[in-house]
Structures are given as structure tokens and as C-alpha cells.
Design a protein around this ligand. Sequence first.
Ligand code: G
Ligand code: G
Ligand code: MN
Ligand code: NA
Length: 256
Amino acid sequence: AEDRAELEGALAGQEFVVHYQPIVDLPTSRLIGVEALVRWQHPERGLIGPNTFIPLAESTGLIVPLGRWVLRQACEQLAAWCAEFPLARGIRVNVNLSARQFQHEGLVEEIAGILAGTGVNPHQIVLEITESLLMQDTDSTIDTLGRLKALGVRLAIDDFGTGYSSLSYLKRFPVDILKIDRSFVDGIDTVDGDATLAEAVVQLGRALQLQTVAEGIETAEQWSTLQDLGCEFGQGYLFARPGAAAEIATILTGTA
Ligand code: G
Ligand code: G
Ligand code: MN
Ligand code: NA
């Protein structure tokens, strides 16, 4: 309960910050988008990563107002970048949606309100949902996905390949992008079978006309292997770590 109060206080006290990690076109390593990743700028403990507070935010329901805040922040940032840098009009901003947010009654209306209020082009917003969320293959899941798509945003499946789900749902669900989980990229050049799995995801994406984004690229070898497999986009420490909005601005000036 104490932890919950602290998290609530942090939200009210504006102690959260959004960092952005570049997503690049693999052949050219040009910026095609960013993923918004929340951090807690704690007054005493410094910058805290989401793994330490997202689970609590989920279990207490605070993820709903926190997630709404992250989305609004990311949309405001995108609008500011677009006003300043012509290059920004061609990028996308990915925002993570947790299962709890997804199940929240007012989600679609809230997102619509944020899009309208910030004036961003909805096509520049990608909502990342996890594969496990889609495994709850219910009418209400399909209904929510359809209503999100109707707003003009794009949908990505995050951590794809970790969910052991049936593939048939991919055809029914209106998703646009598959994000290949970091665990496959990790072992792509070293662990038997990982390259085969990554390739299978890329082929699946191609068959269903979905874009593929590889996560967690750390070495030039992984980068090159993923290109050989036909993966279009990627993100990872090799290209850039998540950083403050100002770091993205230096790329968007076109001089970085
Ligand atoms: O940012 P890292 O770099 O440490 O992120 C760790 C985990 O936290 C990832 O699984 C990521 O999806 C999740 N995460 C980061 N930001 C957000 C957010 O704004 N909302 C949700 N639901 N998850 C987030
Ligand atoms: O779960 P999700 O994919 O949303 O979260 C992305 C997470 O992956 C964030 O915690 C981000 O900081 C982390 N990440 C991004 N690139 C790399 C990388 O190259 N290596 C590792 N180990 N983690 C990464
Ligand atoms: Mn993600
Ligand atoms: Na992921």
C-alpha cells in the first residue's frame, strides 16, 4: 500500500519521464521511428527503469493513468518534433499498452481524445500490445482492436514469438507489425535454431503483409544476419540506447 501511494505521488508530482529508443531501417540504419519507454526520475534514488515499477502499476491499476500520461507525452513530443523538423513527419512513435490498459473500459475514447487534443497524425502512432494479450482470443479483444484501428493508429505485436500462441489469430486480428523478441536476436548467430525461428517470423510477416522489427540488436553480426533473413527494421543498443527527447532531436535535424 505504501508502494502504491509512492507511485501515485510520483504521477501527481510529475516524476516520470519518457525516453525514446530509435527504430531504424536495417539496410541504411536510418531512423524510421522511436519507441517510448517510461522511466521514474526518483528524487533520491535517481532514474528507475520500468521493470521495477510497471508490475506494481499493473497490479494496482495505476498503469491506466500512467499509460495515458505516457501516450499523451509521446503525442505532444511528436507534435513538437513535427513542428520543428520536416523529417519528423515521416517517423512513427511506438507506445506500449499493457493488458490492464487494454481491458480498461474507456481506453479507445481516451486515445481518441489524446490524438485529437495533440493534433498528431494517427498513422504516426503505433500501439504495441503483447502476444499474450492476443491469446485471450475473445470477441471483446477483437472489438477493441478494431476500434483502435478505426482511429487510424497502427498496431504492433511486441515480444512476438514468446507466446506459444496459435498462428491463426494473426489473420483475424488487424495488426500491422511484428516485433521479433529480443531473446531470438540474442542467440541468432550462436544458438542453434534461433536464426531459423527469426527467419520463420520474418516469413510469416511477409506472408501476412506485416512489417517486421527485430528488437535488441547489439552486434554488427546480428544486424547483418537479420538483413540476410529479410527483416526490414530493427532497434537495439548497436544503433542507440533509449534516450531523452533531445537526443532524438539531434537525429531529426538531419545533421547527426
Ligand atoms: O525500457 P526498458 O527499457 O527497461 O523497458 C522494460 C519493460 O517495460 C519493457 O517490457 C517495456 O515494454 C516496458 N515499458 C516501458 N515503458 C512502458 C510504458 O509506457 N507502458 C507499459 N505498459 N510498459 C512499458
Ligand atoms: O518489452 P519491450 O520490447 O517493450 O521493451 C524494450 C526493452 O528492451 C526496453 O527495456 C529497452 O531498454 C530494452 N532494449 C532495447 N534495446 C536493447 C538491446 O539492444 N539490448 C538489451 N539487452 N535490451 C534492449
Ligand atoms: Mn515494446
Ligand atoms: Na519487446
